[in-house]
Design a protein around this ligand. Structure first.
Ligand code: FMN
Length: 162
């Protein structure tokens, strides 16, 4: 029995982009039924259950967002998604505009484990380092990396090695 105090979430392969595979309409139906049975949030992904995709959208920014917006409105459930949403301005916008409820990160988190701090800096947060536990924040605040270091826009801010 799932404890009531924990959210019940599910990652869903919602669209195979192939006429032989899962169609997005079926995913909406499936999530609606699961919502009735206690699902709290759906994490929307592609299907990738078939050998090929009719269109391969992998170079497009936020290509699951339109489906996520539809699922959120038609199934009436909080929705998360990933797939090229790791651009701070886009992640911020889709939360503010209530397109989705939660941004998931795959490769951006691998490329920069401190993505949330970097994103906060990009979004001009007053104190990005306060967003992580103090023992990390203290070390990161005093970190002066090589300007080419991924995710740390030293050249832009004028900061650099002391
Ligand atoms: C190393 C790696 C392993 C992954 N493993 C899974 C997996 O087991 N199941 C899954 O549904 N998605 C998996 N994914 C897909 C991610 O969850 C995510 O949807 C995808 O990377 C797109 O988001 P991104 O643009 O933020 O990377 C994986 C991605 C990466 C990079």
């Amino acid at each position: 029995m799932w404890p009531e105090r924990y959210p019940l979430t599910m990652r869903l392969g919602s669209d195979d982009l192939n006429a032989q595979g899962v169609q997005f309409e079926h995913a909406i139906l499936a999530v609606s039924l699961m919502k009735e049975r206690g699902l709290d949030l759906a994490d929307l992904s592609l299907g990738l259950n078939t050998a090929d995709l009719a269109t391969a959208p992998f170079a497009q920014l936020g290509f699951m967002l339109e489906r996520a917006r539809r699922l959120r409105s038609e199934a009436g459930i909080p929705v998360a998604t990933s797939w090229n949403v790791g651009v701070p301005a886009l992640a911020d916008q889709v939360i503010r505009e209530e397109v989705i409820d939660l941004v998931m990160l795959g490769r951006p988190a691998l490329a920069n484990p401190h993505w949330p701090v970097w994103a906060a800096r990009e979004l001009a947060h007053a104190d990005p380092f306060s967003l992580v536990p103090e023992d990390w924040g203290c070390w990161l605040r005093n970190f002066r990396a090589h300007p080419a270091c991924i995710g740390w826009p030293l050249a832009k801010t004028g900061e650099g090695p002391a």
